[in-house]
Design a protein around this ligand. Sequence first.
Ligand code: NAG
Ligand code: NAG
Length: 528
Amino acid sequence: MLTTMLPLTTLSLALLSSTTGVLASAKPPIKVPVTPAHRRSSLLTPRNGEGFIRAPIRAAPGTPQTKLRRRQEDEGLNNQNLGTTYTIDIEIGTPPQTVTLILDTGSPDLWVNPTCETSGQEEYCQSFAQFDYTKSKTIEDTGAADILGYGKGNVTIEYVTDDVTIGSAKVKSQILGIGFESHDIPLGILGLSPSVNPDSQPYPYLLDSMTSQGIISSRAFSLDLRSIDNPSGAIIFGGVDLGKFSGSLAKLPMLDPSDTPSGADRYWIVLSGVGMTYPDGQVEESEEIAVPVFLDSGGTLSRLPATIFQAIGDSFPGSQYDTESGFYIVDCAVADESGSVDFVFGSKKIRVPYGDFIWEVQSGVCVVGVLPTDEEPVFGDSFLRAAYVVYDQDNRNLHLAQAANCGEQIVEIGSGANAVPSSTGKCKDSGPTGTDGGGGLDVTATRAPTKTAAGGGPQVTNSDFGPGPAGTRVSTSGIGLPTGTGGGSGGGSGGGNDDNDSAASGLDVGVTVAVALAGLNMLAVWLL
Ligand SMILES: *[C@@H]1O[C@H](CO)[C@@H](O)[C@H](O)[C@H]1NC(C)=O
Ligand SMILES: *[C@@H]1O[C@H](CO)[C@@H](O)[C@H](O)[C@H]1NC(C)=O
């Protein structure tokens, strides 16, 4: 796949760079004045909060959240390579329609209406409402289309603009995708990463619009996924909740894309050490390392270089490497023990309690929530449940703290270099207190797993869980929104490639946006 597409990439990058000027100035018109700051209410929890938006997120019912070890149900779990999915409800269109989307820090685009038949999770997909774009008075077609590729799955979308409401904040004329045909993705996606191509951004993403429309002061949000026991977290655009972490919020620079394995601009930081705190309080820690990893809320598991994967797996109490599935299997009861897997980022150590790092892939079968990778190391939900993270795109920093929960005290993120307050969380540190066990965790040695077994492991294989980061993007000419009722899953075949898509869809082309997006109307592939 990679090799066959390389010639195209070379070609299209040249094409893309010639249009960078057009794309860079692509901003949708703001047709309505933004609400003055003093009149904004703070969404779901009306308080004195101004300049930030708080929205609840949750582990979607019916996903493997039901497989997390605290829950007993195991209906529909067979043969589903599902991961936990953290979702957010937003409203699109006029009158507003609620859609449930996967919250994904590993990709930048917002799109709706997956094809349930080919989602691999048909019933689950169908349990959510689709966006019926024929019913929105504010939607405008752009005539531009794209195929987005993810770590797992892909989608063909047509870009439209419409108003997007999160809580009580309304983003006007946001560019978003209407899905025509998607594979292996059960819900639409709300992406919050920077443009993965560091050299160009095809259009303003949601976070850009929120900022340019004055809803928040800088392109920053904080994300609290919460633990398995308490799967409802929150995202705060433009704010930090001091009641959701303990200790300091450590500032870590986002890596320059050129210093990362793929060259893609993501939320990359440097992992500088790995450790274990055992149930008996003994602590082991590795030598200092420098491994780029990025944070991906759309992925279930974490993927780390094989040597680190083995070091963690081998030192997990009672673990056994399953040669068939590629996972380390553990007794589910270990999740109740008080140890943690520890990750060090400079001066900051995030302890992930065993219970948050263990994943029950099938009833009674638990695995350690990490897999090996030779490509892009990533921390998915198995790490993010234990961390409170502020993503500051404007200043290119991530801020990390140990997640906790002791109420709510939201402070606004202003603008400028020190917009994210260097605060200390209000919560008490409740993690295990370890003592140095004298041992070092060797995360550099390449060796065979010490304890192996074949069979008896999970039926899932070492494949992707959750959409993961967007990897490819193929822009095409507009394909036209399907006519008819819209909203139906399946969405039709897209109606060919004629040049009269807006007429076919019965929608007006948003002229400004169509011009701004003209750069997309050529074969452009970018591959990461
Ligand atoms: C999307 O994914 C499906 C299933 O893996 C695959 O058959 C198809 O070729 C992909 N489409 C594109 C455009 O990559
Ligand atoms: C597109 O549709 C409009 C309205 O139906 C029509 O007037 C026009 O000729 C069509 N253009 C093309 C290129 O088919």
